[in-house]
Each structure stands twice: as C-alpha cells, then as structure tokens.
Ligand binder design. Structure first.
Ligand code: NCD
Ligand code: ZN
Length: 344
C-alpha cells in the first residue's frame, strides 16, 4: 500500500503547556489531529472550569485559522477537588475528564493526589456524571523499582479503585507493560488505555544506546522488550479499549540535556506519521484508523470526526531541533527519518 486515507484522528493525551511553548507547538498537533485531550499539569495546575475555559481560549488563540481543532479540556484532580467542582465541570460541557497524578509521579505533579481515598467524594460525583478519570498509573516512593511502578500501581491502587467504583470510567494513560495490557483486557468496558508512539516502538535499551539518551526519557519509563511487544500488540489488535494518546510533552533542550533532566518526549511534530510507520512495520495498517480515529471518540461519547486525511509512503527527514524562543526542542526521532508523510 502506498497511500492510506483515514478519518482525521484525535490525540487523547497531549501536553501543550502555555505561553511561548504553547504557541510553538499547538499547530503541530492541529495539523494532524481534530481534537486532543489537553493535560492540565500547568504551573499552577488547571483545577476548575474557569481556569480550563481560560486555558482553552489561550490554546485556540494559538491555532492557525486553517485548522478546525478542538481542545478537549481536563481538570487536575487534587486531594481538595470538591463535589461542586465536579458538578460545575460536568454541567459546563467544557470538562471532558479529570487527571489523576499521584503526587510526585511526574512533571508538575507535586499538587497531585497524596492518597486516592482523599478523592472518593469527587470520584463518586464523576461516576454519577459519567466523567472519566485519566490515570497516571505509577506508584511513587523510593522503595519501588522505577521499572515496576506501573505494575505495582495496578495491584495497590487500580484494582481496589475499580472494586470501589465499578461504574467509573477510567483511562489507564500511556500504558507501558504487559501487566497493564492484561489488566485492561480483563476489565469491564469502563476501563480503557491510551498508547504512545514511543511505547510501541522503543524499549529500555533505547535509553542507553551508545550513551545516555535523555530524549528517550519519559514517564512511565520505557520498559523491557516483552512489555514493548505487548503494548504494540494491544495497539494493533483492533481491541476498542486501546486508542491513540501521544503524551507529546515538550521540554526545552536545556531542560532535557542537563544533570537532572525532565521527563517527556516531544512527538507531536510527526506523531501520526510515526504511528502509521509503526502499524505498517507489523503489517497492521488495516487496524490504524480505528485505533487513531474511532475508539477514543467512542469511549468519550464524542461523534467520530468527518474530515479525512491521506498519508503517503514517502521517506522524510525529521529535523534535529526546532526553535522555542531562544531555546530549542529536540523532537522524537530527531535527525532520523519517517517512511510515511502527511499529504498536504
Ligand atoms: C509529562 C510532562 O512532561 O508533562 N511527562 C512525561 O514524561 N510523560 C507528564 C506525564 O504525562 O507523565
Ligand atoms: Zn502525559
């Protein structure tokens, strides 16, 4: 196959940041995706509908008029999120989900949840209103090996949570392990997962190939080859529980290439093309459209998009860097190539 035409996809896990970073990256996503779930881990975090509405406006101001792009806003769950915050969010039609960061788990998560039990009133309200909980599924704490944090989270947090709230919609974000794939497959249809391009394509060897590779450092961290295979198989299986979420997370080059570098991979520049290449490489192009354009919308009770887009098999170079103010961003697969290209 030399071309593929699909319904324009959505990105169900995206970090756009704010200010100059937002204006630098927003159109990369808008060129490829109709809608995106916008993660609320700004500083300060987006904790109520008013803040989300203001942030949505700032995003739309940065999007080129030629794109018909809709940011799908989320709130940052804290120990103090009230039932009225949930109710206002649900009634507003602006808020599509809440994001649960265990405190200290990742970028800008220090105001995250310290104990999930603190949020039970809020979760109950979400369950009543049908608002999904988006989960960064890693335990924190130095007693757990960094490669085991997702698997331990399933046992310690997720299984009890699902038992207490069987009707709550939960998206296990950016899954990285066979344990997570198995958990999602064995759970009810309330439980789904997003899958990033890096967790389909890379394993933990890629963190150390020829030297330390800071641009492959993201959270949850890349896992072993068996886990990567499980994640790749899930993404390309045609199971509607698994859908596209890039977790594209821009950080400046300075913040990545330093003695204590930030977690996050910036994939938005070529995300869709890279997913297409990944599906093609395992002979599963026929499963791409549903993963990218149907299952996420269906899960979120959104209409499927109407617009179509075409990708062509044509090798393109991925730039080494692009400017962000007086700094730079190093995109995913910088300096490499991608064998598929969006038709302009
Ligand atoms: C994300 C970021 O930088 O905001 N980083 C990452 O490594 N994925 C946060 C997150 O989703 O964990
Ligand atoms: Zn993320």
């Amino acid at each position: 196959m030399q071309t593929i035409t699909i319904i324009k996809p959505d990105d169900f896990h995206l970090h756009l940041r704010d200010g100059i970073a937002l204006s630098t990256v927003a159109n990369h996503t808008a060129a490829q995706f109709s809608r995106a779930i916008i993660m609320p881990n700004l500083n300060p975090p987006v904790v109520n509908t008013e803040m989300a509405l203001a942030y949505k406006k700032r995003i739309l101001q940065c999007v080129d008029g030629k794109y018909n792009f809709e940011p799908l806003m989320t709130l940052y769950l804290t120990d103090n999120t009230s039932v009225s915050t949930i109710k206002t969010g649900a009634e507003s039609n602006i808020i599509k989900a809440l994001k649960y960061y265990p405190s200290g788990a990742t970028t800008n998560s220090d105001q995250g949840v310290t104990d999930i039990k603190m949020t039970y009133m809020a979760l109950n309200a979400m369950m009543e209103d049908g608002l999904p909980l988006l989960v960064h599924g890693e335990v924190t704490g130095d007693d757990v090996d960094v490669f085991d944090r997702e698997a331990v989270f399933i046992d310690q947090v997720l299984i009890p949570l699902v038992k207490d709230f069987p009707e709550l919609k939960i998206v296990f974000e950016h899954i990285t392990t066979r344990a997570a794939v198995d958990f999602v497959m064995e759970s009810s249809d309330k439980i789904a997962a997003t899958i990033t391009p890096q967790h389909i394509l890379l394993n933990r060897n890629d963190l150390f190939k020829g030297g330390l590779q800071p641009h492959h450092y993201c959270l949850p961290i890349l896992k072993a080859e068996d886990d990567r295979q499980a994640v790749s198989e899930a993404a390309t299986s045609g199971n509607p529980k698994f859908f596209l979420g890039t977790d594209s997370a821009p950080h400046t080059r300075t913040m990545k290439e330093t003695s204590c570098g930030c977690a996050g991979i910036y994939s938005a520049l070529n995300a869709l093309e890279i997913y297409v290449e990944a599906f093609d490489s395992v002979g599963k192009l026929d499963k791409l459209e549903a993963f990218a354009s149907h299952y996420g919308a269906d899960y979120y009770d959104l209409p499927r998009n109407m617009e179509q887009m075409t990708l062509i098999r044509n090798e393109q170079d991925i730039p080494d860097v692009f400017p962000l103010g007086d700094d730079e961003i190093v995109p995913f697969r910088a300096g490499g190539t991608c064998s598929w290209q969006l038709k302009k």
